[in-house]
Design a protein around this ligand. Structure first.
Ligand SMILES: Nc1ncnc2c1ncn2[C@@H]1O[C@H](COP(=O)(O)OP(=O)(O)O)[C@@H](O)[C@H]1O
Ligand SMILES: [Mg+2]
Length: 192
């Protein structure tokens, strides 16, 4: 007998560069949302892979492993939501194929696409302060990550706390646009 999901989960899809504050907002959302959401960051999937064997890969092999890690993450998100779990997804759409794949595998799910913005200057400051990210990584992602032209909700963390961004997101869930950003993007990008 298969598992009888009464409903599919809602997916709050945070998209922003590294250090834009996605994980901090996700942590706050889990505290203030009324139902028990999961925080699903792509970093958690990366952290599950054997570290030493990954370091031994040549550049071509590494690229292939990272691509299938990301494709696997998209499907893990879909699987969790299809089983009825509500999710805060924490991801960087720094390549177009990642968005196209998400549009495909998350089809039929309640996805709220949320842009997490931050100024380049503040990103550089945070990267330096946290010390565990390559300097310039966020700046290099900035243009592509927000290039898709459609969000349901946007926030800017440059001068706003994670708590206030999470509160804004929670309030905005009651007045989402129709059609949703993912549905608009799906018809623009996949059905052309
Ligand atoms: N709204 C904010 N204002 C100031 N600093 C922040 C804010 N959000 C996150 N930070 C800091 O920036 C760094 C990266 O935050 P994090 O939430 O891990 O970003 P991401 O998940 O997008 O990489 C952390 O050191 C965090 O404390
Ligand atoms: Mg993070």
């Amino acid at each position: 007998m298969s598992f009888p999901a009464a409903r599919t989960g809602q997916v709050l899809f945070l998209n922003g560069t590294s250090s834009s504050g996605k994980s901090s907002i996700a942590g706050q959302l889990l505290l203030i949302l009324d139902r028990p959401f999961f925080h699903l960051p792509v970093d958690a999937i990366n952290a599950m892979r054997a570290r030493q064997r990954t370091l031994e890969l040549d550049p071509g092999e590494l690229a292939a492993v990272l691509a299938r890690t990301r494709a696997g993450f998209h499907r893990a998100v879909a699987g969790m939501a299809q089983a009825g779990n509500d999710l805060v997804v924490d991801y960087v759409l720094s390549e177009q194929w990642r968005l196209l794949d998400c549009l495909t595998v998350l089809s039929g799910l309640d996805v709220v696409f949320i842009g997490v913005r931050c100024s380049g200057q503040e990103l550089a400051r945070r990267e330096k302060e946290r010390g565990d990210r390559q300097p310039g990584q966020a700046a290099a992602q900035l243009r592509q990550v927000h290039s898709y032209g459609a969000y349901d909700i946007e926030c800017d963390t440059t001068a706003t706390s994670p708590r206030d961004c999470a509160l804004t997101i929670k309030q905005s869930l009651d007045q989402l646009p129709t059609p949703r950003a993912f549905d608009r993007l799906r018809s623009e990008c996949l059905l052309r």
